[in-house]
Design a protein around this ligand. Structure first.
Ligand SMILES: [Zn+2]
Ligand SMILES: [Zn+2]
Length: 373
């Protein structure tokens, strides 16, 4: 799988409608080697190191395919797919199937045969798609959209069927990442959260990871170190230790009065009248899920084993039960110092690339102890 030349590559979406290949020189610096002018703005890309095939989605709805030479000093156009009406949002090349999967502004998921160039099938999604992953073994496509849903589709050669839909985010799904070994799907959202959907466990476990203060923009999984890397538009990069067993957050309980002190909540007019009490706002303890008044849930704590790396509201009893050991962080936090729009992790070199709204590409090195240099 590993190609020695590919290690030193990165491709960028240029502002003048160009595709550029950057080569890492002996000095350790990246220098541009070759570029290709494009007919319109590039919106997404997928690169396969084995075949050196680069698929570039564009604002016009077409996907341009290039083959890069072995020395990465030349690239030749191979094929153009008229895939969508409107901007291509995600493109994904699957070598094992010889499929080119893509989603676009026209809300269609389409897949083409990359050998013949023919369109094989199409599926109309509920909303604009912003995340796409594919499981080669079972031929399942995971589609994350702007309504916050993740749809699982089973793709056949020329047809597809809806398997199930996951709902968990309160904002758009902005990124998806599939780990085929553990059979876990990660979804990132504009609601600042990440959800880990344990599909392989077959128990319907969904674990929330709260470690960002802004929209999640990218997710990558480092399978050899079992770390999830996530980034957000405020420049934050979080490296999550996925060797830790985390618990699901509880369902929030419904009550008309505080489940500790029995003060009525403000909509409970009857009890307020009967006991001549003022109504209180309802809050929830993030650990036990009980519906509580502000006074009975005044404490704050991190609960890393529930995915809360930031302090959240907890009740007094739960606050007592959380030990210092429980509070040990299960993730490390880093600042890329630019507003990230895209992130790529290269497992063969351990390098993490981020590109930002400042039009800068940054290359960071992931170290074994979860650090970034
Ligand atoms: Zn209370
Ligand atoms: Zn509690």
């Amino acid at each position: 799988m590993e190609s020695p030349v590919v290690k030193n590559q990165k491709c960028s979406l240029g502002q003048f409608w160009t595709i550029r290949v950057w080569l890492k020189r002996d000095s350790g610096q990246y220098w541009p080697s070759v570029f290709h002018t494009m007919p319109s703005t590039c919106s997404c890309m997928s690169f396969n190191p084995e075949t050196r095939r680069l698929s570039v989605g564009m604002d016009t709805g077409s996907i341009c395919e290039f083959i890069l030479f072995e020395d990465y000093n030349k690239m030749i156009p191979a094929r153009t797919y008229q895939a969508h009406q409107g901007r291509v949002s995600v493109v994904l090349f699957v070598l094992e199937m010889e499929w080119l999967l893509s989603t676009g502004q026209d809300k269609n998921l389409t897949w083409h045969c990359s050998e013949s160039g023919q369109q094989l099938g199409t599926y109309r999604t509920m909303a604009f798609v912003s995340g796409l992953q594919f499981d080669i073994e079972t031929r399942h496509a995971f589609v994350g959209d702007q309504s916050g849903q993740v749809t699982i589709l089973k793709l056949e050669q020329d047809s597809c069927s809806l398997v199930t839909t996951f709902k968990g985010h309160t904002g758009n799904v902005t990124a998806l990442c599939w780990d085929p070994v553990q059979r876990v799907l990660f979804s990132g959202s504009s609601d600042h959260s990440i959800i880990m959907w344990d599909i392989g466990g077959r128990k319907g476990t969904a674990i929330e990871l709260q470690g960002h203060n802004d929209k999640v923009q990218g997710l990558c999984y480092a399978s050899h170190t079992r770390q999830l890397i996530s980034c957000s538009s405020d420049g934050g990069i979080v490296i999550w230790n996925m060797d830790v067993t985390r618990q699901e957050t509880p369902e929030w309980l419904d009550s008309d009065s505080c489940q500790k002190c029995e003060q009525p909540f403000f909509w409970n007019f009857k009890q307020m009248w009967d006991s001549k009490k003022i109504g209180f706002r309802q809050h929830h303890c993030r650990k036990c899920g009980q519906a509580l008044c502000g006074k009975c849930s005044s404490k704050r704590s991190t609960i890393p084993l529930m995915g809360f790396e930031f302090e959240v509201r907890v009740c007094d009893v739960c606050h007592e039960s959380i030990t210092d050991e429980d509070r040990a962080p299960t993730a490390t936090f880093h600042d890329s110092k630019h507003s990230i729009v895209y992130m790529h992790y290269e497992p063969t070199t351990g390098s993490l690339l981020t590109s930002g709204t400042d039009k800068v590409i940054k290359s960071l090195n992931m170290t074994w102890d979860s650090g970034l240099i």
